[in-house]
Design a protein around this ligand. Structure first.
Ligand code: GLU
Length: 392
C-alpha cells in the first residue's frame, strides 16, 4: 500500500511551463517562486574554487563545520540567542529542513496547525509523515494575519507543532508584532513546538518590519525550530542549500534522518553558501528597492482591473489577488468555474502562467510572482488584464 503522495502544485506547474516553453510556446511565467536576479558573485567564485580544489567528496552529513558555524553566528545575531554549531544542520533547501524537523518530532496521528492559505509542501510533508494537518484559516479582510483566538481553539492534546511562515508564501503577508505576541502566548501556554519557516528572511518591505520571534520571546527557545535557507534571500534556488536549527536533541534526530536519506548537501553548494553569507550578508537588502518598484507597478495594473481585490504584500515577492468576481464567466462557450479553470484559460489562451489558489488551499485566488524583469512583468500583467476582461 502506498501513501498516495500528492504532487507539489508549484513544482508541477513549473514543469508544465518548461514543457510548453521547450515546444516554442510564448509563455510569460508568474509561476514558480524565485527571484529574477543572479546568485551572489561571491557564491559563484567560491563554487569554482571548490571545484578547482577538488572539494568534491562527501562532507559530514550535517554539513561542513565552517558553514554550520557561520549560520549559527548569523542566527545568534538575528535572534539574540546563542546558537551552537551543533544546533544546525545544512540541508537540501529549507524544504528538506522542514521535512527533517517534522520527521524528527511527529508520530502518526499528531496534529500540526498550519495557517491557510499555505505553502503546499508544508501540508504534504505533514501528510507524508502520517500526521494530520489542521488548517488555521486566515482571510484577505484581516490581511492574512492569524487570529490568536482561532489558533487557540484549534489546539488539542494531539497538537504537536504550529508551522509558521513569515514573510508568507503565497500571500506576501508579514506577521505583525500583535499577531506574533498572540501566537507566542498560545505556544507557551499550550507548550507546543513552533516550526518557523524563514526562507523569505529579509524580504520585507518598509514600513512593514521584520520581527524575530525568538528575540521578542526568548522563553520560546526550547519550543522553537527554524527551517531557513539561501534560496530566496540569496537568490540561490538551484544550489539547494537550507538549514534546520533548534534544540540539540531535535537537531540530532533530524541529522540522523538526513544521514539515512540524502547525506550531505552538494559540497560545492556548501562552499558557495558559506561565501555568500560571509562576504555578502546584506545581499537581500540591496534587492528591496527594485522589488518594491515591481510590486507597485504590478499593483497599479491589478487595481485597474475591475472586480479584482489584492493585499499589498509586505514581504516575499508574491501577489495573491482574489478573482472570484470572474468565476462563472465564459470564453469560447466554456465556463470558468474555479481559479484552476482561470489559470488554465490564462495559460492556454493568453500565454500566462499563474498558480491557482487551490494549490495553496485557497480557491478563488491566484498567485503571481512579481520578481520577473520589468518588461515581462508589464507584458504579463497586460495579458492578465486582457484575459480577465475578455471573459464574458
Ligand atoms: N517555494 C517556491 C514556490 O512556492 C518554489 C516551489 C517549491 O519549492 O515548491 O513557488
Amino acid at each position: 500500500m502506498t501513501r498516495s503522495p500528492k504532487p507539489s502544485g508549484t513544482m508541477s506547474l513549473h514543469a508544465e511551463v518548461a514543457r510548453l516553453k521547450a515546444t516554442g510556446v510564448d509563455i510569460i511565467s508568474f509561476a514558480v517562486g524565485e527571484l529574477d536576479v543572479n546568485s551572489p558573485d561571491s557564491a559563484k567564485r567560491a563554487a569554482i574554487k571548490a571545484i578547482d580544489e577538488n572539494f568534491t567528496r562527501y562532507t559530514v552529513s550535517d554539513g561542513i563545520a565552517e558553514l554550520r558555524q557561520e549560520i549559527a553566528r548569523s542566527l545568534s545575531a538575528e535572534t539574540g540567542q546563542n546558537f551552537a554549531m551543533e544546533q544546525i544542520i545544512v540541508s537540501n533547501g529549507s524544504k528538506q529542513a522542514s521535512f527533517n524537523l517534522l520527521a524528527a518530532v511527529l508520530n502518526r496521528g499528531d496534529e500540526v496547525i498550519i495557517p491557510s492559505p499555505y505553502f503546499p509542501s508544508h501540508l504534504r510533508q505533514v501528510e507524508l509523515l502520517g500526521a494530520t494537518p489542521v488548517l488555521l484559516e486566515t482571510a484577505l479582510s484581516d490581511d492574512f494575519q492569524i487570529k490568536p483566538d482561532l489558533l487557540k481553539s484549534l489546539v488539542t492534546d494531539k497538537t504537536k507543532v504550529l508551522l509558521l511562515n513569515s514573510p508568507h508564501n503565497p500571500t506576501g503577508a508579514v506577521y505583525t508584532l500583535e499577531t506574533l505576541s498572540g501566537v507566542a502566548e498560545i505556544v507557551k501556554e499550550k507548550d507546543i513546538l513552533l516550526l518557523s519557516d524563514e526562507v523569505y528572511l529579509g524580504l520585507v518591505f518598509p514600513p512593514a518590519e521584520e520581527h524575530s520571534m525568538l528575540k521578542l520571546f526568548p522563553e520560546l527557545k526550547s519550543n522553537f525550530l527554524i527551517a531557513g535557507g539561501f534560496s530566496k534571500s540569496f537568490a540561490m534556488t538551484g544550489w539547494r542549500v537550507g538549514f534546520a536549527a533548534g534544540p540539540l536533541e531535535i537537531i540530532e534526530a533530524a541529522g540522523i534522518i538526513q544521514s539515512n536519506t540524502t547525506t550531505n548537501v552538494c559540497s560545492i553548494s556548501q562552499k558557495a553558501a558559506l561565501a555568500a553569507l560571509q562576504e555578502e550578508p546584506d545581499f537581500v537588502k540591496k534587492l528591496l528597492p527594485e522589488l518594491i518598484s515591481k510590486r507597485d507597478t504590478a499593483l497599479k495594473i491589478l487595481n485597474s482591473i475591475n472586480g479584482l481585490e489584492c493585499l499589498v504584500p509586505s514581504g516575499a515577492f508574491y501577489l495573491f489577488p482574489l478573482i472570484t468576481k470572474f468565476l462563472g464567466k465564459t470564453y469560447d462557450g466554456n465556463k470558468v468555474e474555479t481559479s484552476q479553470d482561470i489559470a488554465s484559460y490564462l495559460l492556454r489562451k493568453h500565454g500566462l502562467a499563474v498558480v491557482p489558489g487551490e494549490s495553496f488551499g485557497a480557491p478563488g485566488f491566484i498567485r503571481l510572482n512579481f520578481s520577473i524583469c520589468q518588461t515581462d512583468l508589464q507584458k504579463g500583467l497586460k495579458r492578465l488584464k486582457d484575459g480577465l476582461e475578455q471573459l464574458q
